[in-house]
Design a protein around this ligand. Structure first.
Ligand SMILES: [Zn+2]
Length: 446
């Protein structure tokens, strides 16, 4: 396998926004020089929160001052905050007056700096404090706006300075969460393959290879991740960075997320709490990832060479029927038009559905083998999560199996991205597929 430096160098070639990536013990001391090189003569604003200010922000602030860069700070002192719009407005104000954001923090701080820098039509620099998400290097920011978790288009940071001394010392749950966010790329990749064969989202080779070629290796040391071993955490952080760069190369989050992430979005949008606390992105994604591995386990039990394509085409609903179904499913959801809007975008007419299904029927044995080479069986993924310290049962984030089952219709419809559940709907095996996950002997047996 290529070494980390080579992989990163290759990745930066396909990255649209990120030009500098430094990773290693103590590299935060490089931040002032990098800043001066990218933003000569500009003022800096170090943006941190209650946890990341003492962990790294304070040090970065002093380093910048010592280097003669005019520097101010903005610290969000609240104990618990999420990526809500009110914070976007706050950080936007902080950048007024010509400041360049120096993000010191994990997912939320970085997403705020990313979107607000975009609003100011400028680039920014990020110093991650935990290997908790892949959003450091990704194109787009995930923010709750008008009751709906949305991904806003905005460029990735121009420079990422990942001090492994700091990142490896982050709370264990954050590193475990990042492990699950990286593992989500396993079923997400398989769903991209499905959408590719469907003809709705062709695989972009640059975006695929930059991460997927190394994904299995970078997930191979969950014990090291749990122990906070610097080498294992560096591998994890690299994987998360490559995932973000894959999104830059695709100009979309397709390479990094599909249904695995949608369970988490539902929990965000319904303000789900467990033991009084909001659950982290990665912990929620862990359950979505396991669930999708279970869905693929069920899919592999089916013989799609026997698909009765004509019958499926005859039974295929009209757009109006699908819109009506979406209205019904989403009527008590915080964003009641979400399903309607997305099914309207991703609806295919009966003739197209016939062509799509015929491709699955005609290539199933080979295509199934390819999918099996991509996705992990549920039990394997569950063992990895156990070793990494990530949740491996929905009860561990306060979700019952019944609740998880009830999320499926929403998951299928809440995004216009084509997913494996859309394939199941088209092929009239959706009920069998989903029921299998919760049936006796299924992954989440009820
Ligand atoms: Zn994620």
């Amino acid at each position: 396998m290529m070494d980390s430096k080579q992989r990163i160098a290759n990745a930066l070639k396909v990255a649209s926004d990120t030009k500098v990536f430094e990773m290693g013990g103590g590299v935060s001391s490089l931040a002032p020089e990098v800043f001066k090189g990218l933003f000569p003569g500009r003022k800096a604003k170090v943006i941190a929160d209650i946890n990341t200010w003492p962990a790294l922000g304070e040090k970065v602030f002093s380093l910048f001052q010592e280097a003669g860069i005019p520097t101010e700070k903005f610290i969000i002192w609240e104990k618990e905050f999420h990526a809500e719009w009110e914070y976007v407005e706050m950080v936007d104000k902080e950048l007024d007056g010509g400041y360049i954001a120096v993000s010191v923090g994990s997912g939320v701080i970085n997403d705020l700096c990313k979107l607000c820098s975009h609003h100011h039509n400028q680039q920014y620099l990020t110093l991650p404090t935990a290997a908790s998400v892949d959003g450091y290097s990704s194109f787009g920011a995930s923010i709750s706006y008008q009751n709906s978790k949305q991904t806003f288009s905005c460029p990735a940071p121009v420079a990422i300075i990942a001090d492994i001394d700091v990142i490896a010392a982050a709370p264990k749950e954050m590193t475990a969460a990042g492990y699950a966010d990286l593992a989500a790329k396993v079923p997400a990749g398989a769903e991209w393959m499905v959408a590719d064969l469907m003809g709705t989202a062709p695989i972009k080779p640059d975006a695929w290879h930059v991460l997927q070629d190394y994904l299995d290796d970078l997930l191979a040391n969950p014990e090291g991740v749990a122990a906070g071993d610097p080498g294992a955490v560096a591998d994890l952080f690299e994987g998360l960075t490559l995932s973000g760069i894959a999104m830059q190369a695709a100009q979309s989050s397709r390479p990094a997320s599909c249904c695995d992430h949608l369970f988490s979005h539902i929990l965000d949008m319904t303000h789900h709490r467990y033991q009084g606390k909001l659950q982290s992105h990665g912990f929620q994604v862990a359950i979505g990832t396991l669930t999708m591995c279970a869905v693929f386990d069920e899919l592999f039990k089916m013989d799609l060479t026997k698909l009765d394509v004509d019958a499926c085409v005859k039974a295929w609903p009209t757009l109006e029927q699908e819109q009506q179904r979406a209205v019904e499913i989403f009527k008590d959801f915080p964003a009641p038009t979400l399903g309607y809007d997305n099914i309207t975008k991703k609806y295919n007419d009966a003739a197209t559905v016939g062509e799509q299904l015929a491709r699955f029927r005609d290539t199933w044995p080979e295509f199934k083998e390819k999918l099996q080479g991509q996705v992990y069986p549920f039990r394997k993924m569950q063992d990895l999560f156990k070793a990494a310290g990530a949740p491996y049962d929905p009860s561990m984030i306060g979700v019952t199996r019944e609740q998880l089952r009830d999320m499926f219709p929403i998951v299928q419809l809440m995004r216009h991205r084509m997913n494996v559940l859309d394939l199941a709907k088209r092929g009239m095996f959706y009920d069998t597929l989903v029921e299998g996950v919760f049936a006796r002997g299924g992954a989440w047996e009820i």
